[in-house]
Write a protein that binds this ligand. Structure first.
Ligand SMILES: [Fe+2]
Length: 183
């Protein structure tokens, strides 16, 4: 999917190449809108600490989340510099949002079914909503609102989330011991 959307194209004129490059940067900026959301969610999702995840895997995930929050403006600023127009921002979100949702659904189903230690289960929408209520997944409604937020003409990624908090986690990781004391 990513190669089809963001892969190189051949046989283009220089103007066509430039257009494809700008389009790709804009799509990456729209994707980063959600990676920053997931990153901030991971930094604040305390319920995840007590859900039985391996602390090293959780730190790896959270480190990546912090890194996504830390660089959340980079692709957006470059895309706005290359094409400040509003239509491209709308178009890039219209591409990124359904593709990401599709990948998340597919990925979650794959991972839930793949466990070989007897904990495999069928990931359904009902299970996803139940997990979100327990603080173990971002709420689907919040994800949809996050997508709509990108369509505000005055939006800039610096308006959301805390770079200080993200950088603090990057400095703290890997933790000397798991954050949770319940294990
Ligand atoms: Fe990123």
């Amino acid at each position: 999917v990513f190669i089809r959307i963001l892969g190189e194209r051949t046989g283009l004129t220089p103007a066509g190449e430039r257009e494809v490059l700008i389009e790709h940067v804009a799509i990456v900026a729209a994707i980063e809108h959600f990676t920053a959301m997931v990153g901030d969610w991971l930094l604040n999702a305390n319920a995840v600490d007590d859900a039985g995840a391996h602390p090293v895997m959780l730190d790896l995930l959270r480190w990546h989340g912090a890194e996504e929050v830390e660089h959340r403006c980079v692709a957006f600023d470059l895309a706005a510099h290359l094409d400040p127009g509003y239509p491209r921002r709308v178009r890039s979100m219209a591409i990124a949002f359904p593709v990401l949702v599709w990948l998340w659904v597919r990925g979650a189903r794959f991972l839930a079914a793949a466990d070989t230690d007897g904990t495999a289960f069928r990931m359904t929408w009902r299970a996803a909503f139940a997990a979100a209520r327990r603080g173990l997944l971002p709420a689907p409604g919040a994800v949809a609102r996050r997508g709509l937020r990108y369509l505000s003409p005055s939006y800039h990624p610096s308006q959301d989330y805390s770079t200080r908090k993200a950088v603090e986690y990057l400095g703290y990781s890997p933790p000397p011991e798991p954050r949770s004391t319940s294990r």
